[in-house]
Design a binder for this molecule. Structure first.
Ligand code: SF4
Length: 78
């Protein structure tokens, strides 16, 4: 009988903490999302914008532990 292991990712996904709601998400167009975590984690004075191809494509319903580690003040209201 198969069993499920609830990972941090699946727990976050269940709470709706997905890329499409993440403050680090860069919406390129109506269908493409990219993760800007490496950019936004730097202090504003140290940020150097790069071409969008340098940020990894993410799926709208994806989750990652970084979402939960953000300060609640920077998260987008769902
Ligand atoms: S991969 Fe993680 S940090 Fe990047 S946009 Fe998605 S939830 Fe946010």
């Amino acid at each position: 009988m198969p069993f499920l292991i609830q990972t941090t990712e699946t727990q976050l996904h269940a709470m709706g903490n997905t890329c499409q709601n993440c403050a680090y998400c860069l919406r390129v167009d109506t269908t493409t999302l990219r993760c800007g975590q490496t950019y936004f984690q730097l202090p504003p004075s140290e940020r150097k914008p790069m071409r969008l191809e340098h940020y990894p494509v993410v799926q709208a319903d994806n989750s990652c532990p970084a979402w939960a580690n953000q300060n609640a003040g920077v998260l987008r209201a769902g």
